[in-house]
Design a protein around this ligand. Structure first.
Ligand SMILES: [Zn+2]
Ligand SMILES: [Zn+2]
Length: 260
């Protein structure tokens, strides 16, 4: 199994997962046109995508979904609460599957399971995706790392985890106070430091590859995120680069492809 971030920021999120000739997306928060050109840069086309797993209903995760589902014919998997919000925008002939956190489901080429994340969109989830005995986890858009998130992510071989903001940059930045409070809250976004603690737990449970994602363009930089999480790993006795490979996903454009 391998994965590639096609976009990862507050202005759009989309991750490609591949297993042999099977391909799925997690989220479609960039235009169908951008997804299409990202896929073609990887030698794929819209029709190659069998499914889209949707984390939640915020625009940066679903803005391209209706057009993408229409053009690709991919089946859409989402929780009840998310489907409730997005259904009216979806094309009539789109096949939508209801998923429940904690219950496993199959998509062609993969086994998957959603887990609840604390975020300010109803029914927000992260995903565990497994194939050929390897485990991939995506956990972005979460205010805090709950015991439920940790339990689900435990034992992942590779993970995409949120390092949204540097707490000091957010505090001193230009965002209005209400937005600052929302981002820093328990149902907002994960800070670099909180991500560091999460990364240590994942590395301790065997993760070999961690990709930091959903970096805020106004309140973070890849260097700050990598420094904070790398520092946490080091303090936890884990050597970044040897015990675990640590990367930051580019906000815009296609990232590198990683083996799970
Ligand atoms: Zn988001
Ligand atoms: Zn969100």
């Amino acid at each position: 199994m391998r994965f590639t971030t096609l976009a990862s920021s507050s202005s759009g999120n989309c991750v490609l997962l591949s297993h042999g000739e099977r391909h799925i997306l997690i989220d479609a928060g960039i235009s169908s046109k951008r997804i299409s050109s990202a896929l073609s840069s990887l030698g794929l086309s819209l029709g190659d995508i069998g499914a889209v797993l949707v984390t939640h209903s915020h625009g940066d995760h679903v803005s391209g979904l209706p057009a993408f589902a229409e053009r690709s014919g991919a089946r859409v998997y989402a929780t009840d609460e998310t489907l409730d919000i997005i259904a009216s925008d979806m094309p009539a002939r789109c096949e939508m599957e209801l998923i429940s956190p904690g219950a496993g489901f199959s998509v062609p080429g993969f086994e998957a399971r959603a887990f609840c994340v604390p975020h300010d969109a109803p029914g927000s989830v992260g995903f565990v995706v497994t194939a050929s005995g390897r485990k991939f986890v995506l956990a972005t858009d979460l205010g805090i790392v709950t015991p439920e998130v940790l339990k689900a992510a435990q034992g992942a071989d590779a993970a995409v985890i949120e390092a949204n903001h540097d707490a000091e940059m957010l505090r001193n930045g230009y965002y209005p106070p209400t937005i600052k409070r929302r981002i820093a809250s328990g149902i907002g976004h994960l800070s670099n430091d909180a991500c560091g603690g999460f990364a240590v737990k994942l590395a301790e449970s065997g993760a070999g590859t961690l990709v930091l994602a959903h970096l805020s363009s106004g309140n973070n930089t890849p260097e700050l995120a990598l420094d904070a999480v790398g520092g946490a790993l080091e303090r936890g006795g884990i050597a970044a680069g040897r015990d675990v490979r640590l990367f930051a996903a580019p906000s815009f454009g296609v990232g590198d492809t990683y083996e799970v």
